[in-house]
Design a protein around this ligand. Structure first.
Ligand code: SF4
Length: 224
């Protein structure tokens, strides 16, 4: 059972509503653009009211504890709150390849991946679409979603937004891309990256602790 299954449904729904309300003046990530995304205004991540998805598929190239024998159920979100010059998914993160999805469609993608045997739902580049993920999760859970949720980010996450995910995300897998701010600014245009990333990692670890795996070495919960 995933952590979000243990949360009372009304609390999960309340969290989703709280997160969605924050889109009115978006400070979901450290950029704090204050765009009114409820009116489809765009900030740095170029994502409006709806999440945009480039692909959803079982992925066998992730870290082994996520892949197991049946793959990690990866959902690639378009757009990003970073602009890394070395991004391996440039067409998705910077050219916004993908299509906008309704909460129902996003929930359906999660369920299709679970039904296909994936060990988890791996949310790739989720930072700028936390509210939309929660909105879809309410629906997916009602329909029986129960595999662990993986938050797979670039580490430029606001601890304040992460607190909305407390008791919901099972596995955090952030990149810690830089140890000093100069290169972070030069290569990812991310002011204050190291301070933000360290606070994010602390909050993630506070929520889920160290990585726990089952007897087959498949990740159940923790910081990876
Ligand atoms: S999530 Fe997007 S719009 Fe919101 S603060 Fe971050 S970059 Fe700006």
């Amino acid at each position: 059972m995933a952590r979000y299954n243990k949360m009372p449904p009304e609390i999960l729904e309340k969290r989703a509503q709280e997160a969605l309300a924050r889109l009115a003046s978006c400070k979901i990530c450290p950029r704090r653009c204050q765009a009114n995304r409820l009116e489809d205004e765009r900030g740095y991540c170029r994502t409006g009211r709806r999440a945009k998805v480039a692909s959803y598929t079982p992925h066998f190239g992730e870290e082994p504890p996520l892949v197991g024998h049946s793959g990690s159920g990866t959902i690639f979100f378009s757009g990003c709150n970073l602009s890394c010059l070395f991004c391996q998914n440039w067409d998705i993160s910077q050219e916004d390849l993908g299509r906008e999805v309704s909460p129902e469609e996003l929930a359906r993608m999660m369920l299709v991946l679970q039904d296909g045997g994936c060990h988890n739902i791996n949310l790739v580049t989720p930072t700028h679409v936390v509210p939309q993920i929660l909105e879809a999760l309410v629906l997916a859970r009602e329909e029986g979603l129960s595999v662990p949720l993986v938050y797979n980010s670039g580490g430029y996450d606001s601890a304040e937004a992460l607190r909305l995910l407390d008791g919901i995300i099972d596995i955090y897998m952030p990149d810690a891309k830089y140890g000093s701010d100069g290169p972070a600014q030069k290569y990812s245009a991310a002011p204050g990256y190291t301070t933000v990333m360290k606070a994010a990692l602390k909050e993630m670890h506070r929520q889920v602790g160290d990585l726990e795996m089952d007897d087959e070495g498949i990740a159940l919960q923790g910081l990876l």
